[in-house]
Design a protein around this ligand. Structure first.
Ligand code: ATP
Length: 362
């Protein structure tokens, strides 16, 4: 599959806004996507991800802003005029059509000559590894296989843009991982520009070239997986990216770039990430703690140990009664007293008033 005709150079969203009865579900989204990029829209339920995707697809008119594709304005076009490929979480296959017919549907609509269409359908079937199932009906396939059909149907036309709305959320955990690899492989093979909506940070980090984090319709951060993971722009993004320890402590010293907090052993030094007021929180990922002496050392009593293969997930408590979540290679047991440490650059200090991520994701 190497027809370059539909490849795009640039998709631009300028101040894209969508209101529902005065409430802004999407509030001034600015984003420029380069041809071939895989961009994930990420955020908790209700943050405006699906609204953004539906605005791109043409299923929802904008109430403000513009969308241009290679300099041509497209937000005024009907969905079918945009010709984007769509994959939804519920597959949305035609139940009375075989796998082959489902995948070829768009080509028939586009009146692609039969021989060419057949060749392209065969290629797509091979790409999603459904050769043995080509003549079956959707009802005879597993969820994962049905989603492969939906993906093949979306990519067979090599659309300028592929839009995916939580395509893996109906699959069980093992299949989700398998399909994640599949989606990555297909993207690497075809290089189609893709926008992928998810609330699963791991999925977004593993698939995307760039992540767009949304909260209440507004962008919180746009960056590569590594940027967003190691340098979250605010407390909300940190919570969403797995900075599970959010410890509120009194401030003892504020420097230009660093902050020293009282508590946790002899004091906790971290990086200043906000304009700080009276109350601050230190955000630390469990995996950034080390069991053993080092910077920011403190003693904990191990309370809960979860076996996770090579590592253990530990919950422990300091002498001051602060609960810490960390990961350990060492075999620990409840009641053990150990020293843990964390490098100051991995302790991000935010103002306590900054919005936090919802409980269920932090
Ligand atoms: P989820 O992960 O739960 O699907 P989401 O991030 O995709 O959430 P959206 O579906 O884009 O969120 O919704 C964003 C906001 O807009 C929510 O507050 C939602 O209630 C509101 N909203 C979405 N669609 C409509 C609608 N048709 N009418 C009124 N409000 C809407």
């Amino acid at each position: 599959m190497s027809r370059p005709s539909t490849k795009i150079s640039e998709l631009r969203l300028d101040h894209v806004t969508r209101e529902f009865g005065g409430v802004r579900a999407l509030d001034g989204l600015d984003l420029t996507i380069t041809g071939g990029e895989f961009v994930a829209l990420l955020g908790p339920s209700g943050c405006g991800k699906s609204t953004a995707l539906n605005c791109l697809a043409g299923l929802l008119p904008l109430t403000g802003g513009t969308i241009t594709l290679d300099g041509r304005r497209i937000d005024t076009l009907q969905p079918e005029q945009r010709g984007f490929g769509m994959v939804f979480q519920n597959y949305a296959l035609f139940p009375h059509m075989s796998v082959r017919s489902n995948i070829g549907f768009g080509l028939r609509m586009a009146k692609v000559p039969k021989a060419d269409a057949r060749r392209r359908v065969d290629e797509a079937i091979r790409l999603v590894q459904l050769e043995e199932h080509a003549d079956k009906f959707p009802g005879q396939l597993s969820g994962g296989q049905q989603q492969r059909v939906a993906i093949a149907r979306a990519i067979v036309l090599e659309p300028p843009l592929v839009l995916m709305d939580e395509p893996l959320s109906n699959l069980d955990a093992k299949l989700r991982l398998e399909m994640r690899t599949e989606i990555k492989r297909i993207h690497q093979t075809l290089g189609l520009t893709t926008i992928y909506v998810t609330h699963d940070q791991e999925e977004a980090l593993s698939l995307a070239d760039r992540l767009v984090l949304l909260r209440q319709g507004r962008v919180q951060q746009i960056g590569s997986p590594e940027e967003v993971y190691t340098e979250p722009a605010n407390r909300f993004v940190a919570g969403f990216m797995g900075y599970r320890n959010e410890i509120e402590l009194p401030v003892s010293q504020v420097n230009e770039k660093t902050v020293v907090l009282d508590g946790l052993g002899g004091g906790l030094t971290g990086v200043r990430r906000d304009d700080l007021g009276e109350r601050v929180v230190a955000a630390i990922r469990p995996e950034d703690f080390t069991v053993g002496d080092g910077p920011n050392a403190t003693e904990i009593t191990v309370e809960v140990v979860e076996y996770q293969g090579r590592e253990q997930a530990i919950q422990g408590r300091t002498g001051d009664g602060v609960d810490l979540h960390l990961r350990a290679d060492a075999r620990l047991a409840p009641g053990d007293r150990v020293t843990v440490s964390v490098p100051p650059e991995r302790v991000l200090v935010f103002a306590a008033e900054s919005p936090a991520a919802p409980e269920e994701v932090a």
